[in-house]
Design a protein around this ligand. Structure first.
Ligand SMILES: [Fe+2]
Length: 157
């Protein structure tokens, strides 16, 4: 039997990209099933998306955004846009349980998925490259270890 060999050089960007990949899988599932869900199903889907998107946003804000030097060219503008979108997603998800109309609730959930998809794409195109450019590899690896610890990935923490 082979044992798992950890790769301690996985850094925070690698790990956040992996998380994007799994959340995108969830988006595809909900995009294919939203039309069949009733109000209770839509609320349950919203609760799942809230759990994964807010955990993602909290760790991104607390680990990556905090580490980026605000004075560096492009950092402030990029972070403001990303934080604004995290807040918009939070509000859309928080409002969902109070929506009584099934069509409106479905539309709200579709908006969450669309906005989060666009948000992920910008992070992958701009933010993650920026982070690799301005932060030393050692810092990204240390932050990756902290992310792993928070998520319970014992092999990397
Ligand atoms: Fe984000």
């Amino acid at each position: 039997m082979s044992s798992f060999i950890p790769r301690p050089n996985l850094d925070l960007i690698d790990l956040l990209l992996g998380e994007h990949a799994s959340i995108l899988t969830l988006f595809r599932y909900y995009e294919n099933t939203l039309a069949t869900l009733d109000l209770a199903g839509l609320r349950a889907a919203g609760a799942v998306l809230e759990a994964v998107l807010m955990a993602h946003a909290i760790d991104e804000d607390g680990l990556l955004f905090e580490a980026l030097p605000a004075g560096e060219r492009g950092v402030h503008e990029t972070l403001s846009a990303m934080c604004g979108e995290h807040n918009e997603l939070r509000h859309l998800l928080e409002d969902l349980p109070g929506i009584e109309d099934v069509t409106r609730a479905r539309g709200q959930l579709r908006r969450v998925v669309e906005l989060a998809r666009e948000h992920f794409a910008v992070e992958e195109r701009i933010l993650f490259g920026l982070a690799r450019r301005v932060l030393p590899q050692e810092t990204l690896s240390t932050l990756g270890g902290e992310y792993a610890r928070r998520r319970g990935l014992s092999a990397l923490a």
